[in-house]
Write a protein that binds this ligand. Structure first.
Ligand code: SAH
Length: 251
């Protein structure tokens, strides 16, 4: 892991970052910098935008309604996340916020809401997903904010899944065997998609449709039923450890 300054404040910005770049923080960001963090002129903050790495910037000029940040030196180069899609039946607000933050911390590259038969939440607030992902990235020093993908339904999701991707299907009905061995035995693949169901689980027709795909690992997360948010964190830990970027040389 590249070293980074954990104590420093970190801010996501949309603008390009390079030496000397001058940025005007949004009014929310200005409020955060000046009134929450209580930074003053000359104080430093770390900036990232998901493209140009991380930069140390100083707060140059502060007036009552304006502030300017000036990028000075790059502190870390841009990294590229392991190609891991987190595909999930959307949950209600508080659990969804949690799930998205944890998924970002676990290093997913994309957040893909998939509406299934028993999904109770039909409309997803994509801006809120993104805001949660950004917040987690700011707090944990992640430089690549997961991309938020428009929601789709399960049949469409299955149809559009590239045949080279591995689908890790968390199935609450799967017999508990050896999760690590199951992932190690996965067919050769280019990228991984993790699928976690809604609180009501998958129905039989859905289960059959998923299992008809060829590049699938049907994963049991043990003898207990987990809530979807817990299942997501457990599955992401297994995937990252066995076939993902918790290894020295991830493919
Ligand atoms: N209501 C369902 C449970 C759904 S849990 C039931 O009682 O059977 C929500 C989702 O979390 C599931 O669809 C699955 O994707 C995942 N999940 C929960 N526990 C699991 C387990 N033990 N093994 C694999 N996946 C699990």
């Amino acid at each position: 892991m590249s070293r980074y300054d954990f104590a420093a404040q970190r801010l996501f910005v949309e603008a390009s970052l390079e030496a000397g770049a001058r940025l005007t923080p949004s009014s929310d960001q200005r409020n955060y910098l000046l009134n929450v963090l209580r930074l003053r002129e000359g104080d430093g903050v770390l900036l990232f935008n998901g493209r140009d790495g991380e930069w140390r910037a100083v707060l140059e000029k502060v007036a009552r309604r304006a502030a300017t940040l000036v990028a000075q030196v790059q502190t870390r180069e841009q990294d590229h996340p392991f190609d891991l899609d987190y595909c999930f039946a959307p949950l209600k607000r508080a659990r969804l916020d949690y799930m998205v933050q944890k998924a970002a911390e676990m290093g997913v590259a994309r957040l893909s809401p998939v509406v299934t038969h028993r999904t109770q939440v039909q409309r997803v607030n994509l801006a809120r997903l993104r805001a949660n992902a950004i917040e987690a990235a700011e707090q944990c020093g992640i430089l690549s904010v997961p991309q938020v993908v428009e929601e789709t339904d399960l049949p469409n999701f299955l149809r559009s899944l590239a045949s080279t991707r591995l689908l890790v299907f968390c199935d609450e009905n799967a017999e508990t065997e050896d999760a690590i061995a199951a992932l190690r035995a996965a067919p050769a693949h280019d990228g991984v998609s993790l699928l976690v169901g809604p609180e009501g689980g998958f129905d039989d027709a859905e289960r059959q449709a998923i299992l008809r795909l060829t590049n699938v690992v049907r994963l049991s997360l043990g003898p207990r039923i987990l809530r979807a948010d817990t299942a997501a964190v457990a599955a992401l830990a297994l995937i990252q450890a066995v076939i993902g970027d918790w290894r020295k040389d991830p493919s």
